[in-house]
Design a protein around this ligand. Sequence first.
Ligand code: ATP
Ligand code: MG
Length: 297
Amino acid sequence: MTTSSSDIVLTNITQIFRGASVRSVGGEFKAVDNVSFTLSADPPGIVSLVGQSGSGKSTIARIILGLQKPTEGSVTYRGKDIYKLSAREYDAYRQEIQPVFQDPYGIFNPFYRVDRVFWTVIKKFKLARNRQQALAKIEESLHAVDLRPEDVLNRYPHQLSGGQRQRVMLARVHLLQPKFIIADEPISMLDAAVRVLFLNILIDFQQKYGMTTLFITHDLSTAYYVGGKILVMSKGEIVERGDIDDVLVHPTHPYTQMLLSSIPIPDPDARWQDKTSLVDIEGAMPIVALPDMEVPR
Ligand SMILES: Nc1ncnc2c1ncn2[C@@H]1O[C@H](COP(=O)(O)OP(=O)(O)OP(=O)(O)O)[C@@H](O)[C@H]1O
Ligand SMILES: [Mg+2]
């Protein structure tokens, strides 16, 4: 496979955890085992990283974000190992790659209004020349995620719904226009209708703004919904990879087959036609009707 310099390339990443807190033979635990893959910037795409709890997904997310230096292997961006960047180069990298986590409370300070999330990044990354331009950008970003400024600005985080908070996170991402989004279980705390909204925004970000997303989930059906490529992880290893339509129709690894057997086999023609319509979500019932993902009536 060819890679361009603005791809994020993981090569032979292994993460071993050691210490008293690690319950395993010799006090060592291999959370990620020789994982290699590339997140391509051009063309942009969505890559779903799917695996059960404890398979190493979040560890990989942290390694890509520069938060956890792997025991072995490298992550390169623009040809440079991200763990060997200067502070300035790392800041530039962190502007190009933005996280979206399950619980967005982490980035909200409960004592400040939601607006502060935006003003902080505008200042830090010098995104506007003056207050008026900044306000215009904030409004544009809120509209991009289907939020009305009057519904969220001037409010405190706890005054928003979980879905609104997650979309504020995405508006922040929109403001920054990164090349990559690392979304670690971003929708597992949301209800079904809001999940679909969120996924549609990720798809929009790819198609309209050229952002590539690593979408981490333990749920095959949402991975199928966003399309693109899939990496299936089991016990720290990537056991299967490919275009999601191929992998779900012809899974080769027993673990993928096991995951698939727990949901109805998807019909590739049954993907939502109009992604914005809730009526079509019902049309796609077979793939989303999982126990933890009830479809609204
Ligand atoms: N700092 C750490 N020290 C010791 N063990 C760790 C540490 N971080 C993660 N682990 C272990 O590594 C394994 C992988 O964890 P990770 O959080 O990457 O899994 P995950 O696939 O994201 O799971 P989940 O779906 O539950 O979020 C787990 O067994 C976890 O307990
Ligand atoms: Mg995790």
